[in-house]
Design a protein around this ligand. Structure first.
Ligand SMILES: C[C@H](O)[C@H](O)[C@H]1CNC2=NC(N)=NC(=O)C2=N1
Length: 111
């Protein structure tokens, strides 16, 4: 795929990405899901979105929390595809009544 690379600032200034923060070149969101079942539903929806787009985030499911990290592996950067994926993930969370907590975003291990 011909990716269009964007900087962290360009990613964050795209519309509809208020849930997201950029840490070490990757975009992160943290969703407070309140319980495990809601977290599982959000992860399932993220999986459906990722497979449809053939673009896959990293996901960390815990009790009450789903952390999501997005970047493009092929370019080792953020791209316009990450913008679309992040928007779709935020919309899925909103549809489930799940709120993001950008102030709690942190970097986590592994790429
Ligand atoms: C062949 C396939 O299209 C590629 O490997 C896709 C799959 N999913 C992907 N997901 C992400 N996040 N970055 C990629 O570069 C990527 N590449």
């Amino acid at each position: 795929m011909a990716y269009v690379v964007v900087s962290g600032d360009e990613f964050l200034s795209a519309s509809g990405l208020g849930d997201w923060r950029v840490v070490a070149g990757q975009a992160h969101a943290l969703f407070r899901t309140r319980d495990f079942a809601t977290g599982l539903r959000l992860v399932a929806e993220i999986g459906r979105i990722a497979e449809a787009a053939d673009h896959h985030p990293d996901v960390n499911l815990r009790y009450g929390v789903v952390e999501v990290r997005v970047s493009t592996h092929d370019t080792q950067s953020l791209t316009t595809v990450d913008i679309a994926l992040a928007r779709a993930i935020s919309a899925a969370a909103r549809d489930l009544g799940v709120k993001a907590e950008p102030s709690s975003v942190r970097a986590w291990d592994g790429r």
